[in-house]
Ligand binder design. Structure first.
Ligand SMILES: [Zn+2]
Length: 57
C-alpha cells in the first residue's frame, strides 16, 4: 500500500484527494487513511471523513 492519493492544488493550497470517495483533505496522512479504509470496506469512516475539507474545490 503506497501513496495513491491525488494531489490537487486550489488557490495555492494543496489538497489530498481520496480517489475512492472524492473527499479532500489538507493532511496527506488522513487522505491515505481514508483511501485505505474506503478500499477495504467499500465505505467511508466517519472518524476520518469528519476531517475532510467541506469547501467545494
Ligand atoms: Zn475515502
Amino acid at each position: 500500500m503506497g501513496d495513491m492519493v491525488r494531489v490537487l492544488e486550489h488557490k495555492g493550497v494543496e489538497y489530498y484527494l481520496c480517489e475512492k470517495c472524492d473527499m479532500s483533505y489538507l493532511n496527506k496522512d488522513l487522505a491515505n487513511k481514508c483511501e485505505a479504509f474506503c478500499e477495504e470496506f467499500k465505505a467511508c469512516n466517519i472518524d476520518i471523513t469528519k476531517h475532510a475539507v467541506k469547501e467545494e474545490i
